[in-house]
Design a binder for this molecule. Sequence first.
Ligand code: UD1
Length: 358
Amino acid sequence: MSKKIILTGGGTAGHVMVNVALIPKLKEQGWNIAYIGSHQGIEREIIAKMDDVPYFPISTGKLRRYFDWNNFKDPFKVLKGTWQAYRIIKKEKPDIIFSKGGFVSVPVIIGAWLSGVPSIIHESDITPGLANKIAMPFATKICVTFPETMRHVKEEKGVYIGAVVREELKRGDADKGRKLCQFEKGKPVLLAMGGSLGSKRINDALRANLQTLLSDFQIVHICGKGNVDAKLANEKGYKQFEYVHEDLPHLLAMADIVLSRAGANSIFEFLALRKPMLLIPLSKEASRGDQILNARSFEKSGYAEVLMEEDLTNESLQSAIYHLYQNKDRYQQNMERSDAGDALEKLLTLIEGTREMK
Ligand SMILES: CC(=O)N[C@H]1[C@@H](OP(=O)(O)OP(=O)(O)OC[C@H]2O[C@@H](n3ccc(=O)[nH]c3=O)[C@H](O)[C@@H]2O)O[C@H](CO)[C@@H](O)[C@@H]1O
C-alpha cells in the first residue's frame, strides 16, 4: 500500500536540514513525499534540488516576541496559510506530517490537526522555539535532540531521539575541498561559518585578524548572503562563500578546526565529524538564548570552546582560535567518546509508528 508524508519547516537552513536527511531514507522505504514551505524561504531553494518532492508554497507570517507594526498584519497571513495548508492536506491526503519547525510550520501543524492527520514536530534546540511552542498542542508527537528538552514537552508526547545528521556530510573529500579553495596540502585549515545566514559580528572580527591568522592557517569563510568582501577576493589562502550547498562535505573534510555560531544542526554535524570547534553563540539580545544553552552543553561535554559575543574582540578571537588549535587533540578525544547514536533510524521508526496510530 502506498504511503504519503508531507514535510514542512523553513526560514533558515537549520529548519530544513533534518528534512534533507530524511528524504532519501523515506524514499528508500517507499514513501511518497511532498513539502509545504514558504514562497521566499531558503527551504524552497533547498527542496528544489531534490527529485520527486513536489513543493507547495503557502503564506506565512513571522511571530515576534517584540513590538513591530507587522505584528498587526502577520496573524492574518498565518490564518491564510492555515487555510491553504488545510486545503493542501485535504487534497494530498498524507498519512502523516513531519515538521522541522520555523514559522511556516505553524499553519501546517494546525492544518494537520484540523484534518485529523497525525503530526510529528522536531525540536533541535534545548529550549523550544516560539513556532514549535505554538504548534506543540496540535502535534501528536514531539521529538527532541537534547535529553534536557524533555522537561519542556508533555511527557506523553515527548520522544528523545538525538541529533539527525545528513549522511552525505560524512562522505566529504578533503582533496576536493582544497581544489575548490585553491588551498595547499599541509597547512592547517580553519573553517568559519556564522550559521546558515552568516554572522556580521564573526565576519568582522575574523577579517580584522586575517593577516595574522593567514600566516598559520588557510581560511575558508562561509559568510552569508551579501557578505562576501570583494576586496579580499584575491587574498592567498582565504576563500569566501556566501552559502555552500553540495560542496559543504568537502570543505568540512579538509577543515582542522571550526569557528561557528552554535545552531543545533551545525554543532552536531561538527561533533559527528570530530571537528574541534570554537563557538560564538547568538546573544540573548538577538534571540531567546538557545544557542548559548547549546554551546554551554557542548563546552561541558568537552567538545567545544565557547567565546561569548559580549567578550568578542579582535584580540579575544585570535587567542581563542590559537588556543583551540593547540588543544585540538584533546577535543577530538572527547568527541571520540560521544555517542552519536542512530537518530535517523529512530526518527524513521517513530514516523512509521505514529502513522499507524491514525
Ligand atoms: C538565527 C537563527 O534563527 N538561528 C537558529 C537557526 O540557525 P541556523 O539556520 O543557522 O541553523 P543551524 O546552525 O542549526 O543549521 C544550519 C544548517 O545549514 C547548513 N549549512 C550552513 C551553511 C552553508 O553554507 N551550507 C549549509 O548546508 C549546515 O550544515 C546546517 O545543517 O536554527 C537553529 C536550529 O533550530 C537554531 O539553533 C539557531 O539558533
